[in-house]
Design a protein around this ligand. Structure first.
Ligand SMILES: Cc1cc2nc3c(=O)[nH]c(=O)nc-3n(C[C@H](O)[C@H](O)[C@H](O)COP(=O)(O)OP(=O)(O)OC[C@H]3O[C@@H](n4cnc5c(N)ncnc54)[C@H](O)[C@@H]3O)c2cc1C
Length: 466
């Protein structure tokens, strides 16, 4: 068919301004956030409603054209980047950004998929509640992208991954049918919980157009503290003690190596307020009950006395809290200025973190002499960003396999929160059990038999004969 006809048909659905064809304007859609992947979109389409999404999907499905769903393009696995064929249509949800409703008593928000996370957070705050999904990309990431990647972030320890916030979902399936399950129920055991299939599917099964999210009560007091700890084993003892002293009020428990904070000092000029240490943990807790600070001071006394921490500081103001978090949030940027780094967003059972780090450090040092490990992450969730700074000549694939093999041996996952996208498709095939992969293939073929929803992401391209 003629290209002009396709564009005309798309414009008839989404309006003149809803179709981007200019090569310069398409650049944003062709490259991922980290500039690791570059593709070539046929065009980008920006529908204004769920009905328009369905019409676009039907139009493309009828012509066998593949669709790449696109949120804020902050994903770290190339999931929203088209392939290089020039045949794929990017479907951006950016014009569907309304917050449809907030139910203060039921603590729910109904929101369209294109709403930016920070906008949704602010609306929840204005309603006297909070939306407890938080990550450094929150000024750009959109609800549909967050749910499609089942994003984690800094609040997972207390509030769970994005999946746990979803009460209801509206999707457009691969054949263009609107399926609306926008119920705001905490209890709904009526049949299969199909929404879970679309959450974390990275756009490979259908398009998320809206969601009902579970909000949470705001906390009245927050305490943020930094502790120096001698080893990852000691850090886990601090975690255990924190659970005993401050229980469910613990929001975040972040592990950072001393080497990571040296990078932050060198490249960002940010100083750690404690003396040098092999490891540090950043702890945040919040509650509406009085006595939280006393409880954290009790935790400090215990872990210092036991020798599990050697020093510590509690933030005295919001500014100091911000300064402590900035140390943690600056690690990635500082690392990128240090040279080439190979990133592994992995998870292992929490108790296995120290052994995993020991074994991985030894194996990496032996196989890649001169490399430097930069390990940090959401240790309270078992999630370690195990990044290795290497020479430009190092064999990245061999290093990835070495780290992932160890992760699997420790009962972990090769992607804790960043998804698979196009980045880790072959590693997922290598590291997951054949039976799990076969089941995933059956789900993909059942929901997207023509294979037009974000092909080549998460799963290898599947032929219908498979
Ligand atoms: C500085 C920075 C910090 C980050 N920190 C974290 C972190 O702490 N934790 C974490 O988990 N991630 C983190 N990320 C990764 C990223 O922010 C998340 O993956 C986020 O969820 C992506 O949202 P997005 O709207 O940008 O999605 P995109 O990047 O646009 O898309 C991501 C995937 O979802 C699909 N998709 C997008 N919208 C839809 C839709 N409506 N329906 C179906 N599929 C869709 C895309 O096709 C793609 O496969 C970080 C990224 C950056 C740049």
């Amino acid at each position: 068919m003629s290209e002009a006809l396709l564009i005309d048909e798309l414009r008839a659905v989404v309006g003149e301004r809803g179709v981007v064809v200019d090569a310069n304007d398409l650049e944003n859609y062709n490259v991922d956030w980290r500039h690791m992947f570059k593709g070539r979109a046929r065009c980008a389409v920006l529908p204004r409603s769920t009905s328009e999404v369905a019409q676009v999907v039907r139009l493309c499905a009828g012509k066998g054209i593949s669709i790449v769903p696109y949120g804020g393009n902050t994903g770290l696995s190339g999931g929203a980047t088209p392939d290089g064929s020039g045949s794929q249509v990017v479907l951006s949800l950016a014009r569907m950004n309304a917050i449809r409703d907030i139910d203060a008593l039921g603590e729910t928000m109904e929101v369209e998929a294109g709403c930016i996370l920070q906008t949704a957070q602010e609306a929840a705050t204005q309603a006297g509640l909070m939306l407890p999904i938080s990550l450094a990309a929150e000024g750009s990431a959109r609800i549909g992208g967050l749910l499609s990647t089942n994003a984690g972030g800094t609040n997972v320890l207390r509030y769970g991954m994005s999946r746990t916030r979803v009460l209801g979902l509206e999707v457009v399936t691969a054949d263009g049918e609107i399926v609306s399950g926008l119920r705001r129920l905490r209890k709904d055991n009526a049949g299969y919980d199909w929404k879970q299939l679309f959450i974390g599917a990275e756009g490979t099964l259908g398009i998320i157009t809206a969601a009902v999210l579970q909000l949470a009560p705001q906390s009245c007091h927050r305490v943020t503290a930094l502790l120096a700890v001698p080893t990852p084993d000691a850090a886990l003892k601090v975690l255990r003690a924190a659970r005993q002293h401050i229980g469910e009020t613990l929001n975040a428990f972040e592990l950072m190596s001393g080497a990571a904070l040296e990078l932050v000092a060198r490249h960002q000029g940010l100083k750690t307020p404690l003396a040098a240490s092999e490891w540090f943990v950043l702890v945040e807790a919040s509650s509406c009950l009085a006595g939280l600070r006393d409880a954290v001071e009790g935790l400090f006394a215990t872990v210092l006395e036991e020798g599990d921490a050697t020093d510590g500081v509690i933030a005295e103001s919001e500014r100091q809290e911000g300064e402590l978090w900035l140390l943690r949030e600056s690690i990635t940027e500082a690392e990128s200025r240090e040279g080439r780094s190979l990133k592994h967003d992995v998870s292992v059972p929490i108790a296995g973190i120290p052994a995993f780090l020991r074994e991985a450090d030894a194996a990496v040092a032996q196989a890649f002499p001169g490399s430097r490990v930069n390990a940090f992450g959401h240790a309270g969730d078992g999630n370690i960003h195990y990044n290795v700074i290497v020479s430009p000549a190092a064999d990245g694939h061999a290093l990835n396999m070495l780290v992932h093999d160890l992760v699997v041996r420790h009962g972990g996952s090769i992607s804790a929160e960043h998804g698979i996208g196009q980045y880790r498709v072959s590693e997922l095939q290598r590291c997951r059990a054949p039976s799990e992969l076969r089941l995933a293939g059956r789900i993909k073929r059942a929901l997207d038999p023509a294979g037009t929803m974000n092909p080549g992401k998460v799963m290898p391209l599947i032929s219908q004969a498979d």
